[in-house]
Design a protein around this ligand. Sequence first.
Ligand code: ITT
Length: 192
Amino acid sequence: MKIYLATRNAHKIAEITAALPDQVQFLSLDDIPCTDELPETGDTIPANSLQKAQYIWDNYRVACLSDDSGLEIEALGGKPGVHSAHYAGTRDFDKNMAAVLQEIPEGASRRAIFKTVMTLIIAGEVHQFEGTVAGEILPAKRGTQGFGYDPIFLPDGHEKTFAEMTTTEKNAISHRNRALQKLIAFLRTNTI
Ligand code: ITT
C-alpha cells in the first residue's frame, strides 16, 4: 500500500523509511504534489500530529502518516514539549539546546522523555500510535549524528547519546521507532 508521509523533516523521513516494511510504499508530499505548509497550531503533541495528517486527508484524500514529536524535561514542567521545534524562537537546533540547558536549574532532576505521536489516516479513519523513550539531559552536547536535541539526550541503559548512535542504533530504541512498531503491527493485522 501507498502511504504519504505528512512531514517536511528529512531526518524523520530517513528514520521512518529505514523501519517501514517492504509492503508499504512510502511517498513524500512532493509526490502528491503538495507544497503547502502543514498546520501545527495545537496545544499538545497528539493534537498537532492529528492536525498535520488531517490536513493532507481533507485536501488530497490520500492515505497519510504524520509524526509530531518533542522532548519533555521534568525540571521544566514538560517543556519544550510541543514547542520543541522552535523553542528558542527559531528552528536552530543549537539555540534550542542552549535554551533548555540554561533553563534547567542547578541540582534539579535531569530526567526527560522523548515522545512521538504518529497519526495514520486511511479511508478517513484516524489511528494514533505513541512511542516514548526515557533518559537524562546531559550538561553538554555529545555527538554529531541525528538531529534536534539528540546530542544532549542520553537514553536510559546506554552509554551513547542519540547523536553518538548510527540511525540503526537510534532506531532500535527510539521514541519514533516505538510508535512505528505499533503502526506496523496495526498495518499487518488490518490492511496489508
Ligand atoms: P514536521 O512537522 O514537518 O514533521 P518538524 O521538525 O516541525 O517537522 P515537529 O513539529 O514534530 O517536527 O518538531 C519536533 C522537534 O522536536 C524537532 O524539530 C526536534 O527539535 C525535536 N525532535 C523530534 N524528534 C527528535 C529526535 O528523534 N531527536 C531529536 N530531536 C527531536
